[in-house]
Design a protein around this ligand. Structure first.
Ligand code: BJW
Length: 295
C-alpha cells in the first residue's frame, strides 16, 4: 500500500499549485524523526515528570534547578539533532512562495537551521536558544545563545571508563531523561544569572503555560490573517492542536476559506473543526509525508 493514497496526493498537490496564501502550523511531531521527543503521549515524560508540568512558571519558581536541567538537556539534544527532510521541504516552499507563512510551536531551532526564511517563520513559543531574565522588572533578552551547557553546573554527568587501565579514557554522556540515572545536584548559585540586573536568574526564552506569546510574533500573525484576501490552505503538521492560541489558527484559517490538510501519525489527533471535517488527513511520519506532498 503506498504511504499516501495517490488520489489524495493528486488532489492536494492540485490545490497547493492553485494556492497563494498558505499557512503551516507545526508541532513537536515534525521533529520526532530528528530524535526529539514530543510532549504528549510516549516520550512526554522526563524522568518521572510530565513535560507539560515542567513547562510552567510555577515549576521554575519552585525548583529552578530541575527546570534548568530539563531545558539544558533539551538544548543539548536539539543542538545534536539534525533537521529532517520535512524541515527542508517547508523551507524550500517558503523560498518559492513569499505568501507562505509558517507558525511553529517548536522551540528546537531545526526549522531555522534548515534555512527557513526568518521573516516567514513565526516562532510562537520562543526558542530554547533565547535566554531571558526571570525578574518581571528586567527586560534582558539574549538570542542565539548556543553555549552548551549554558553554565558548567548543567553539564551532563558522564560515565568514564576505568582510568587505571591503559585505554584512552572514554567519556560517555549519561541520559538524564532516564529516571534510573542519578540527577546531579545543582545549587541555586550555580544557575545562570542576569548580567543586566545582576539579580534575577536567567531562564529559557520559551513560552510557558499562562504566559503571553511574543508580542511581535502575535502581531505578525494577526496582520497576515487579517488581510482581506482569503487563505487558501493550512497544513497542520505533527501537532496535537490542543494548546491555544496555536490550535485556534486552524479555525481562523477555515473561517477565511482555507482547506485543511493534516499530517500526523495518529488519526485521533486531527484537529476537530466543529461542524467541519479536515479536507485531507495524511497518516504517517511527517519527515516522510511532507517532502512527498511538497514535491
Ligand atoms: C507525529 C509524529 C511524526 C508524533 N510525524 N506526527 C483557550 C481555551 C482553554 C485554555 C486556553 C485558551 N487560551 C489559552 C489557554 C491556556 C493555555 C492552553 O492552551 N491550555 C490548553 C492546554 C487548553 N495557553 C496558554 O497558556 C498560552 N498563553 C496564552 O494563551 O496567553 C494568554 C493568556 C494568559 C493567561 C491566561 C489566559 C490566556 C501559552 C501556551 C504555551 C505552550 N507552551 C509549551 C511549552 C513551550 C516550551 C517548551 O518547549 O518546553 O509549548 S506546552 C507544549 O505544547 C509546547 C508545544 O509547543 C505545545 C504544543 O504541543 P505539540 O507541538 O502539539 O506537541 P504534542 O506532543 O502535543 O503533539 C505531537 C503530535 O505529533 C501528536 O499529535 C502526535 O501524534 C504527532 N506525531 N510523531 C507526524 N513522526
Amino acid at each position: 500500500r503506498p504511504l499516501i493514497p495517490p488520489q489524495d496526493l493528486k488532489s492536494f498537490q492540485e490545490h497547493l499549485a492553485r494556492s497563494k496564501r498558505v499557512l503551516a502550523l507545526l508541532g513537536a511531531g515534525l521533529s520526532a524523526s530528528s530524535g526529539l521527543p514530543t510532549f504528549r503521549g510516549a516520550g512526554g515524560l522526563w524522568r518521572t515528570h510530565d513535560a507539560m508540568q515542567l513547562a510552567t512558571p510555577e515549576a521554575f519558581n519552585r525548583d529552578p534547578g530541575l527546570v534548568w536541567q530539563f531545558y539544558s538537556y533539551r538544548r543539548h539534544m536539539a543542538l545534536n539533532a539534525k533537521p529532517n527532510p520535512a524541515h527542508y521541504a517547508l523551507a524550500e516552499l517558503a523560498k518559492k512562495n513569499p505568501e507562505f507563512i509558517t507558525i511553529s510551536q517548536n522551540v528546537d531551532g531545526l526549522s531555522p537551521r534548515a534555512g527557513h526564511p526568518a521573516n516567514q517563520l513565526k516562532l510562537l513559543h520562543g526558542s530554547l536558544f533565547d535566554v531571558k531574565c526571570s525578574e518581571f522588572f528586567c527586560n534582558y533578552l539574549e538570542t542565539n545563545n548556543y553555549t552548551d551547557p549554558i553554565v558548567p553546573a548543567l553539564a551532563l554527568p558522564t560515565d568514564e571508563s576505568d582510568p587505571t587501565t591503559n585505554e584512552a579514557i572514554k567519556v560517555r554522556e549519561l541520559d538524564i531523561s532516564d529516571e534510573n540515572v542519578d540527577l546531579p545536584e545543582v545549587s541555586l548559585r550555580d544557575l545562570p544569572r542576569c548580567p543586566q540586573c545582576q539579580r534575577g536568574l536567567l531562564r529559557p526564552g520559551v513560552v510557558w503555560f499562562g504566559e503571553w506569546l511574543p508580542r511581535d510574533v502575535q502581531r505578525d500573525i494577526d496582520r497576515w490573517t487579517a488581510q482581506p484576501e482569503n487563505i487558501d490552505l493550512i497544513m497542520v503538521i505533527g501537532t496535537s492542536a490542543k494548546v491555544y492560541p496555536a490550535a485556534g489558527y486552524v479555525d481562523s484559517a477555515r473561517n477565511k476559506g482555507a482547506r485543511v490538510a493534516v499530517v500526523n501519525t495518529d488519526k485521533n489527533d486531527a484537529p476537530q473543526g466543529g461542524m467541519y471535517t479536515n479536507d485531507w488527513f495524511f497518516e504517517g511520519d511527517a519527515a516522510v509525508i511532507v517532502p512527498e506532498l511538497l514535491k
